[in-house]
Structures are given as structure tokens and as C-alpha cells.
Design a protein around this ligand. Structure first.
Ligand code: A5P
Length: 233
């Protein structure tokens, strides 16, 4: 089974197995999570999943949901009141303790807001994302205000990281996030304590958010190239 088919299976199964009518649902970002949005759209247009209340994590997912005719709310709406029942999202790395690295798609700030506001977080990944230690496979994305590029770069270097600013494709200059900010990618050569590093990076002035998700234990749906999907509650 090719990788895109595995991602589709993950998104569809996440919805079929875990999404119910009336839920307050967070929908994630990226090439895997987008399939969950598409499945929700399909079921919703068949009159199922009535009264679903959706909050999205990015412009990508917002546009997809709107084109599927799905109503989109925000955490600030009264019907949501700041908390969700379930969020379905992808990830860039999952370590053995289920700490995540996210933000490969640049949506980490809203993704963390929504993940941490959810009672349950279901992460859907193909098994190439599983690592044997934190940071083995993926650098830590850090969303910063424009004025802070150099100071935050130096602060991350002090923590031992090699840092690069995320550059755009088919646009000159850096990536500008959905929220109008810039991204640094901080690669740590040695293993680290995800809980400590998440807080430490967060406390650097000029940093808005980072892609380490250590404070919410996710449930996992893991896809393998054979097409087999494993659920780890
Ligand atoms: C978006 O900012 C990320 O956190 C995504 O969840 C992550 O990049 C996974 O994307 P793919 O499913 O496309 O690999």
C-alpha cells in the first residue's frame, strides 16, 4: 500500500472509530489529518454526525472544511466554551513515551492550543514517525515574532541546538505562518527531556510556541506500509 493510501486509511479510521454526532471536535493539519476532515465531510453530507461542532488548527483545514460544507467554530464560541471532546491530528515524531514533535506543517501554535484544550487527543501517524528517543528524527519547530529572529536563534544555540529559519517554497524569503509569524527549526544533536525543554523554549522572550507536545498523553493510531492499522489506547 503506498504512503498516501496509509494516510487515508488512518484519517478515515480515526473518524469512523472515534468521532460521534454532537461532539466538539478538533481537526488537525497536514497530509494525514486532512483525510480525517474529508471523512467527516463525507459522513456529514450523508446526514450523519449531526450537531458536530468543529474547530480547526490551520488555514489548510479551514479551507478544506468550508469547501466540504462543514461548519467551523472557534474555541471562543459559546457552543465550544474553550474545550473539546476529541482532537484528531498528525505528528512529525512520536517517541517511546509518546512525547510528540509537531509543526512540520507550520501549524504548531493552534495545534497545541487545540490539543491541550481537548479531553482526548488521537494522533494518527505512519510508523516511520516512531522514534527511539526524543528529537531523533525531527528538529523542534519554534514559532516566533519577527523582531526576535536573532535573539531567539542565539538562545536556542545556547541550549545546544543548530538553528535555521524556515524558508518558503515558491515565495522569496521565510515562511510566514497562518498567524503572521516566523518559524525556526532547532535541531538538538543529543537527547533531551521533552517536558523541561518544552517549558524552557516557551520561556524565551519572543517565542510564541514550540512543537514539543509533552503535556498531553495522546492515544495513537499507527499505520504500517502493509495497510495494517494499530490502535494504542
Ligand atoms: C502541522 O504543523 C504538523 O504538526 C502536522 O501535524 C505534521 O506535520 C504531520 O503532517 P503529515 O501528516 O503531513 O506528515
Amino acid at each position: 500500500v503506498d504512503l498516501n493510501e496509509v494516510k487515508k486509511l488512518l484519517g478515515f479510521q480515526a473518524v469512523d472509530r472515534f468521532v460521534r454526532a454532537g461532539m466538539k471536535l478538533g481537526l488537525g493539519t497536514g497530509s494525514t489529518a486532512i483525510w480525517a476532515a474529508r471523512r467527516v465531510g463525507e459522513l456529514f453530507s450523508q446526514g450523519r454526525l449531526r450537531d458536530l461542532k468543529i474547530v480547526v488548527t490551520s488555514l489548510q483545514t479551514d479551507l478544506e472544511c468550508r469547501s466540504l460544507g462543514l461548519p467551523v467554530l472557534s474555541l471562543n464560541d459559546r457552543a465550544i466554551d474553550g474545550s473539546l471532546d476529541l482532537t484528531v491530528d498528525g505528528a512529525d515524531e512520536v517517541d517511546p513515551e509518546r512525547n510528540l514533535i509537531k509543526g512540520g506543517g507550520g501549524a504548531l501554535l493552534l495545534e497545541k492550543l487545540i490539543a491541550y484544550a481537548s479531553e482526548r487527543l488521537l494522533i494518527i501517524v505512519d510508523d516511520s514517525k516512531l522514534s527511539s528517543r526524543p528529537g531523533e528524527k525531527f528538529a523542534v519547530p519554534v514559532e516566533i515574532v519577527t523582531a526576535a529572529v536573532i535573539p531567539v536563534t542565539r538562545a536556542l544555540e545556547q541550549l545546544g541546538a543548530a538553528v535555521s529559519i524556515r524558508m518558503a517554497v515558491r515565495k522569496a524569503g521565510p515562511v510566514v505562518t497562518d498567524l503572521g509569524n516566523l518559524l525556526l527549526d532547532a535541531s538538538f544533536p543529543r537527547s533531551y527531556d521533552p517536558t523541561a525543554l518544552e517549558l524552557e523554549i516557551k520561556s524565551i522572550p519572543g517565542v510564541l510556541e514550540n512543537g514539543i507536545f509533552s503535556r498531553k498523553r495522546p492515544e495513537l493510531l499507527i499505520g504500517s506500509p502493509s495497510g495494517k492499522i494499530e490502535y494504542r489506547p
